[in-house]
Write a protein that binds this ligand. Structure first.
Ligand SMILES: Cc1cc2nc3c(=O)[nH]c(=O)nc-3n(C[C@H](O)[C@H](O)[C@H](O)COP(=O)(O)OP(=O)(O)OC[C@H]3O[C@@H](n4cnc5c(N)ncnc54)[C@H](O)[C@@H]3O)c2cc1C
Length: 376
């Protein structure tokens, strides 16, 4: 796999907007930021360990360094809580695990073999130093030859937004649809949002009477083929081997004359952002005129997790004024249960703002005239 692998190219990624990808180990998922290689790779990755998950024993052929972002990450040498920086030199071995869950930012295969230092630094207690520019603070972590590793704190001292207090929150941070994960994601981005759609309700009419490929990641997501059948009967479901097609779904699809392809996809085919088919890993080509991705969505609402709000699936449950199960938190648009459409999101915003105004208004009595009129 080559992902942002040219280190001469500047790359900016919002890691919250890329999907978690399963690793070969159960409960261990990754957000790949940079990668040159397959399972053994020079790589920069955010790795999430579910509670009780582990990775098999391995040797760091090119060294490893990681920063624990969340939870407690462990190996046979110790437990590393959030904020801990660990450096394991070339040739080191460990069996990592997390008892209660953890997220780490990890770099692999970037170390010099001569750099033999093993390090564990608790960045929560280690001192910060003034940076070169105003508003910057630096915590040097490691230096070897031309390599320098440091944490940099930007603008925290003077930022007017460091702590933003509010009596009410309107959560409007939306979702992002998961896309098929191919080795060359550029190939997916070339067509997604053009004739490779993500929304049946918004774009179903564009697929009317066309040969449509449906790309699903679970049997539940694959059910979209039936409402899609209202627009077209020429439907091929691509599972990519991500799930086993239940007998019931298979027979209903057969009954409707829909095809199922379970071989993983090598690449989408087409030109000028118009997808015209897919090439499978076995070299077979399936011609298509359009496509619908149904692989679920990532909800941008982890900042609300601590409030334990009522949810249905990943969506926040709200009342008719967009209020969640917390009286001062409102959720609008795609985050909440309901239709994912622009006008719905805008209307939700108006409802939430109106309800907040009502709450505030009701907590304060109406203004009285300073000089009441004399009684008649
Ligand atoms: C390809 C595609 C086609 C669509 N076509 C249609 C259509 O034809 N008609 C229609 O009505 N709808 C369509 N939709 C759906 C429509 O876009 C959504 O329903 C609508 O945009 C939802 O609005 P929202 O405000 O809930 O979320 P969004 O529009 O997703 O806005 C959320 C914003 O919050 C930002 N954000 C997320 N996390 C944070 C954070 N922590 N801090 C700060 N900012 C953050 C995101 O970057 C984003 O800008 C389509 C969607 C897609 C993906």
């Amino acid at each position: 796999m080559l992902l942002n692998a040219d280190l001469n190219q500047r790359v900016v990624i919002n890691s919250n907007e890329i999907p978690w990808v399963d690793s070969p180990m159960a409960g261990v998922q990754r957000r790949m930021l940079e990668r040159d290689g397959d399972e053994v790779a020079r790589a920069t990755t955010i790795v999430r360990y579910a509670p009780g998950s582990y990775f098999s024993a391995h040797t760091h052929g090119g060294g490893e360094e990681f920063l624990v972002l969340d939870g407690v990450f462990s190996d046979e040498k110790g437990d590393y809580s959030a904020g801990t920086y660990v450096r394991n030199p070339v040739g080191s071995t460990h069996t990592p695990f997390s008892k209660d869950g953890a997220t780490i930012l990890v770099k692999l295969w970037q170390m010099s073999p001569e750099d033999r230092e093993q390090k564990v630094i608790d960045s929560l207690t280690n001192p910060w130093q003034p940076g070169l520019a105003a508003g910057l603070e630096v915590m040097p972590l490691h230096t070897h030859a031309t390599e320098q590793v440091a944490l940099v704190k930007v603008g925290r001292n003077n930022s007017e937004y460091y702590t933003f207090r509010a009596k009410y929150i309107i959560a409007a941070s939306g979702i992002i649809d998961y896309l098929p994960m191919l080795e060359n994601m550029r190939n997916v981005y070339d067509y997604a949002g053009h004739n490779l759609h993500v929304c049946l309700i918004c774009d179903g009419y564009e697929m009317a009477d066309k040969k449509v490929g449906v790309f699903a990641s679970s049997a539940g997501n694959a059910e979209v083929v039936f409402p899609l059948g209202w627009f077209t009967s020429d439907i091929t479901l691509f599972t990519q081997g991500l799930f086993d097609v239940p007998d019931d779904l298979r027979s209903r699809m057969e009954e409707h004359g829909y095809q199922i392809v379970e071989t993983p996809i090598e690449q989408f085919l087409g030109e000028n952002h118009q997808m015209s088919g897919v090439e499978l890993k076995d070299g077979q080509v399936v011609d298509l005129e359009t496509g619908l991705i149904s692989m679920g969505s990532q909800y941008h609402a982890t900042y609300l997790d601590k409030f334990d709000l009522e949810k249905k699936g990943g969506n926040l449950v709200t009342d008719k004024m967009a209020r969640t199960s917390h009286p001062r938190i409102f959720a609008i648009g795609d985050l909440k249960v309901g239709l994912n459409q622009v006008v719905v999101a805008a209307a939700d915003g108006a409802l939430a703002a109106t309800q907040i105004w009502r709450d505030i208004r009701r907590s304060t009595p109406p203004k009285k005239a300073a000089h009441p009129l004399p009684r008649q």
